[in-house]
Design a protein around this ligand. Structure first.
Ligand SMILES: [Zn+2]
Length: 315
């Protein structure tokens, strides 16, 4: 299967990865543009299964409450950062807005016009209840918005899920205003976590994550679309320490991401694990989480963090 970024068919096998349902994928790297992708691409049945209601948790929330509070803290931080790039009355689009909590925090920071796009499901139903958000349930299409509409577009951990990322990025490039910004975060395939844990890396997340880039290669692709990279943030206590911790656990458990699914309340997935085993994993989590934050600080210093958040400005 050719690379969607550059159409080249020259791809090299990096390693294999087994998903939550025991399907095995090749993880290959395009020898021309360095994009890393799953091969073959998951079928629509595999994706439907992977995005079943468990992905968003048993309730409408993705995680149970204490974790939602922590996530709200990080959403607030992201909202503050976005607002620092916005003019008064700025127009914002959040692609893959989930339950809309991030846009809710943005709405409290000024008189902005806020738009969100989310696939149908419980998260979108929840987003639809938030006032002051123009929500499109579905996918972003080329004729949804006129050219040069938005002062900012955000895409937090979305680009790696897209079946055709360059197609969506070209739509994004069209609808951001000149001098407007795009804030995009994604797993860093050039990270130490990715290189060390390979198929067992949490943020590889097959079959949901399809395409990966190193930040420098992504930056080059964005430049082709008319964007200058103005910031790359590596240190990220929301994503990176847990990525390390869960990947470590994946070296010892038979199935991948058991603790992560347990925290998401996915009881079907963790049914074969005893309460003792699950508590042991939580204890491990609590015991080494501070250490993992420290490791992330080192990873960030060397620009090898598990995930990155990049800010681009349209020329
Ligand atoms: Zn390529």
């Amino acid at each position: 299967m050719p690379c969607l970024y550059c159409q080249s068919s020259r791809a090299a096998l990096l390693y294999k990865a087994t998903d939550m349902y025991d399907f095995v994928f090749d993880v290959v790297q395009c020898q021309v543009c360095k994009a890393v992708y799953l091969s073959p691409m998951p079928t629509s049945e595999q994706l439907d299964h992977a995005y079943s209601d468990h992905y968003y948790g048993e309730q409408e929330k993705k995680f149970f409450s204490p974790f939602e509070w922590v996530l709200d803290y990080f959403r607030q931080q992201r909202a503050n950062k976005l607002a620092s790039h916005l003019p008064a009355n700025g127009r914002v689009l959040d692609i893959g807005c989930g339950n809309g909590r991030f846009l809710h925090f943005v709405s409290q920071l000024g008189e902005y016009e806020l738009h969100g796009v989310e696939l149908p499901g419980k998260a979108a139903q929840r987003a639809a209840q938030i006032p002051n958000i123009h929500l499109k349930i579905g996918t972003l299409e080329r004729n949804d918005f006129a050219a040069d509409t938005f002062d900012a577009i955000t895409m937090f951990h979305v680009v790696e899920h897209l079946p055709n990322p360059p197609e969506l990025l070209s739509i994004l490039a069209q609808i951001v205003k000149p001098n407007g910004v795009a804030i995009i975060s994604f797993p860093n395939i050039d990270s130490w976590q990715s290189r060390f844990f390979k198929g067992k890396w949490l943020h590889l997340d097959p079959p949901r994550h399809l395409y990966f880039f190193a930040p420098t290669d992504f930056s080059r692709e964005m430049k082709k679309m008319g964007f200058e990279t103005i910031e790359t943030k590596y240190f990220n206590p929301e994503y990176n320490p847990f990525g390390l911790l869960q990947s470590l656990l994946n070296c010892f458990t038979e199935r991948r991401d058991v603790l992560y699914e347990h925290l998401k309340n996915n009881r079907t997935y963790t049914a074969n694990y005893s309460r003792f085993s699950l508590w042991l994993q939580i204890l491990f989590f609590l015991a080494i989480f501070p250490f993992c934050i420290l490791v992330d600080a080192v990873e960030a210093f060397f620009r090898k963090s598990g995930t990155v958040e990049m800010v681009f400005r349209k020329q």
